[in-house]
Design a binder for this molecule. Structure first.
Ligand code: C5P
Length: 410
């Protein structure tokens, strides 16, 4: 059976009240074993078959049973489970629960959570074979499918009550496998990725600095998408207003020198891919005044010194080695975008430069969308979309290069 990888993913397991509820424990365990996070909601009837404590022990978090229970509301906030989910699994989905989901009811923690879900939902029905054959149940399941929900099982076999036929909950391993497939690609699993993002701040004195308007959105999108695809991600970030991307280790820094040191530390632990999306300040004031600089009547001269070029430094040290990490740089230009990107590709010895025209509509600093060109030594591809879509396109480009550089173990 294919390896089931749930790294950096949150699965909300909704447990219905049937005899197969105990098998849902195994589904939860398989997600945890695959490196994922499981959060559990149970119908009140489900708690008659398996105690919430069992699921709490497997998932390591409180179980949502009573919508109006202040303790679980504290843990998740209203509808917090729905917000956190990358995927919902309903197992076992009893005839009653299927009917309530179809009707759009919100009469307990499970149905309310499912009502608020925007992620894929996988339904694993389980019930007596005569109930499963009932036209109402079949119509309800068809309606759920028509709404885009996914269904796994039920299987045929001997049922708990002695009847033989279709109705048995799909094997927990099959449910977990279907879940892993729905969660999509994990093609960067086992890869160590270091991303820089945001601006740097180079102090002039204790209250002033040199910086730029980078928001960090592009680098954060690359870090988040790489983590989603299973990579082990370290994001070295200058000052930004963005929340830490899920699944990434975040190191916050201020200056270019601090960023360079943090990248070196992360690279020392092993690195398959470096993405330099930070807008690193090229210069810093040569002297930092220990006290606030006083205004003078005339002109002021600020002497600047160069900062370390992090990307070029990595290129000079590592490029050309058979086990070199894939190096990706960004180029924000106001003119001659492609020609400048090609220059940068050579000068910094990287594998790919993502070129951006600053000032073009729908691109660049602070924008949610981007129009970029992926420039390598023998290719040029234009990409347009949200920063998330651009991040995915960059990772798609990198994937085959990673394979040639350092094939994955096993
Ligand atoms: O030379 P330029 O600043 O245009 O190059 C941009 C690329 O180089 C980006 O990938 C940026 O993160 C990286 N860079 C760096 N360290 C610097 C300057 C730029 O890593 N000091």
């Amino acid at each position: 059976m294919a390896r089931m990888n749930f790294r950096n993913r949150t699965v909300v397991l909704c447990v219905g009240g049937g005899i197969a509820a105990y098998k849902a424990c195994e589904v939860a365990r398989l997600v945890v074993k695959g490196g994922g996070t499981v959060r559990v909601a149970m119908t009140p009837a489900a708690t008659r078959f398996v105690g919430p404590l069992t699921f709490q022990a497997i998932s390591g978090a409180p179980v949502l049973v009573d919508l109006l229970d202040p303790a679980t509301d504290l843990a998740y906030g209203h509808l917090g489970l729905a917000r956190s989910a990358d995927l919902a699994i309903v197992a076992p989905a009893t005839a009653d629960l299927i009917a309530r989901i179809r009707a759009g009811m919100g009469d307990d923690g499970v149905t309310t959570t499912l009502l608020a879900m925007t992620c894929p939902v996988l339904v694993a029905p389980a019930m007596n074979t005569r109930m499963w054959a009932n036209a109402a149940v079949q119509e309800n399941v068809a309606a759920l499918r028509a709404r885009g929900m996914h269904v796994v099982g039920p299987e045929a076999g001997e049922l708990a009550d002695g009847d033989v036929g279709e109705g048995r909950l799909a094997d927990p391993a099959q449910i977990a496998l279907a879940a892993a497939r729905l969660l999509g690609r994990q093609d960067l699993s086992g890869r160590r990725v270091v991303v820089t993002a945001g601006p740097t701040r180079e102090p002039i004195d204790p209250v002033r600095f040199i910086s730029n308007p980078s928001t960090g959105k592009m680098g954060y999108a690359v870090a988040a998408r790489a983590a989603r695809r299973g990579a082990d991600v370290t994001l070295v970030s200058g000052p930004t207003a963005l929340a830490d991307p899920a699944g990434a280790r975040v190191v916050r820094v201020e200056t270019a020198e601090e960023m360079a040191r943090a990248v070196d530390a992360a690279a020392a632990a092993g690195m398959d891919l470096f993405v330099g999306a930070a807008a690193v300040s090229d210069y810093r004031p040569r002297e930092v005044a220990p006290q606030k600089r006083k205004k003078t009547p005339g002109e002021e001269t600020l002497v600047l010194a160069r900062t370390p070029d992090i990307l070029a430094g990595l290129g000079a040290r590592l490029a050309g080695r058979p086990d070199a990490p894939v190096l990706v740089g960004f180029a924000a230009e106001t003119e001659e975008v492609i020609a400048n990107a090609r220059e940068k590709l050579k000068a910094k010895r990287c594998d790919l430069v993502v070129a951006n025209k600053v000032g073009a509509p729908g691109a660049g600093f602070a924008s949610d969308t981007n129009r970029v060109a992926l420039v390598s030594s023998d290719e040029l591809a234009e990409i347009e979309g949200t920063k998330e879509q651009v991040a995915e396109a960059i990772l798609d480009w990198i994937l085959p290069v990673l394979e040639t550089r350092r094939p994955r173990d096993g």
